[in-house]
Design a protein around this ligand. Structure first.
Ligand SMILES: [Zn+2]
Length: 221
């Protein structure tokens, strides 16, 4: 049987978007990369909120949901998943959470509170765009809250999904697929792909070790 050497060609690359042509691999591999990009690469999102004041028309829960869906810039070198942090503190620490404060009021005329009004304790962990509407305030209304952003994965909640990814059948040549990754802006699209592949390798390594140890056990019995 002829061995097909996989080939990867970069069709498009920017911070937001990466398109790769994968040749000589099985579709299931392309789909595995896709799945790992979505569910295994963590991103930052607001997860917990302490409302100090809310005289807007939105219920606290809706406000919390809207804040959770705002994509945040993510730094996977400096932050760890709360469950992997050694602080053991349910409130988190400098390595596993970021405090973001919102303190907005409409004085004499209505105003729309935007993602750009959120003030983060870490300048690097901020909304991807400052123009996402959060709530409209009528004159005299105000919102004051503390929000905690954490790393999470989309298998827990869609708000942690770092990108949208599609796998298209290219067909020319046969057995070739196009993997398109569009980042939410949390991190460069390329980083999402490389981290997904790292995770995939880790899983294979774990499986390899597991099988090896089972085989060892079998021998000694
Ligand atoms: Zn911690």
């Amino acid at each position: 049987m002829a061995v097909i050497v996989p080939k990867i060609k970069v069709l498009e690359e920017s911070d937001e978007k990466v398109s790769l042509q994968l040749e000589g691999i099985d579709r299931s591999y392309a789909n595995a990369i896709r799945r790992f990009c979505i569910s295994e690469v963590p991103a930052m999102a607001i997860d917990d909120i302490v409302i100090l004041e809310n005289s807007s028309v939105l219920y606290d829960e809706i406000l919390a949901h809207r804040l959770g869906m705002i994509p945040l810039k993510t730094d996977l070198e400096r932050y760890v998943l709360p469950e992997k942090c050694d602080c053991g503190n349910p409130l988190g620490c400098q390595k596993c959470r970021v405090l973001i404060v919102l303190d907005a009021a409409a004085h004499d005329k209505p105003r729309t509170v935007l993602s750009g009004d959120l003030v983060s304790e870490d300048r690097e962990i901020r909304p991807v765009s400052p123009n996402i509407p959060i709530v409209k305030l009528a004159a005299g209304q105000s919102v004051k809250l503390e929000a905690y952003a954490r790393l999470g994965r989309a298998k827990e909640h869609a708000k942690w999904q770092p990108a949208t990814i599609s796998v298209l059948v290219d067909g020319k040549p046969e057995g070739s697929y196009i993997l398109k990754v569009e980042s939410s802006g949390s991190m460069p699209a390329k980083e999402i792909v490389t981290r997904a592949i790292e995770k995939l390798e880790e899983k294979f390594q774990d499986l390899h070790n597991e099988v090896a140890s089972k085989v060892e056990d079998g021998k000694s019995e």
